[in-house]
Design a protein around this ligand. Structure first.
Ligand SMILES: [Zn+2]
Length: 147
């Protein structure tokens, strides 16, 4: 299942990607609704009412936990969620990588303290299980994605 979010919801889109959900951010000016299997999510009530698609959701400005929780309740089952499998920046799938191969891309402190790393081959962002990971898991827990 693919998710399409309008660019008012960039933050939500990044969180969906961190949950491993295939998420495209649409530019408002060139919004095309041509995926019949897609789920379309907007921050604009006007878009919501006008979009001629079956699976759609209007999200009000709210806490990220509540926004993710609404999406989960309506469209996702727990087995579809794979935390840290997709890049939050560009949506590409992450691959596990040996620390030595990305040592030049990470701070020395991080290289010393962490063992397991994931890497985006598309935009070269490196992910590791540091404080960011804890913060993300805290949001997941509040959203009902128990881990
Ligand atoms: Zn990336």
């Amino acid at each position: 299942m693919k998710f399409y979010l309008d660019n008012m919801l960039t933050r939500v889109a990044k969180w969906l990607r961190l949950m491993g959900i295939d998420t495209t951010i649409m530019q408002t000016t060139d919004t095309v609704l041509n995926d019949p299997q897609g789920v379309y999510i907007t921050g604009s009530i006007k878009h919501y009412l006008n979009w001629p698609v079956e699976r759609k959701l209007y999200l009000e400005e709210d806490q990220i936990n509540q926004q993710l929780n609404l999406i989960l309740l309506k469209f996702l089952s727990p087995e579809e969620i794979r935390p840290f499998s997709r890049c939050s920046i560009c949506n590409a799938k992450l691959t596990a990588i040996d620390k030595e191969q990305i040592r030049a891309l990470i701070p020395g402190r991080v290289a010393e303290n962490f063992k397991s790393f994931k890497y985006c081959q598309s935009c070269r962002k490196v992910y590791w299980q540091g404080s960011h990971f804890d913060r993300i898991n805290a949001v997941f827990r509040k959203s009902g994605i128990a881990k």
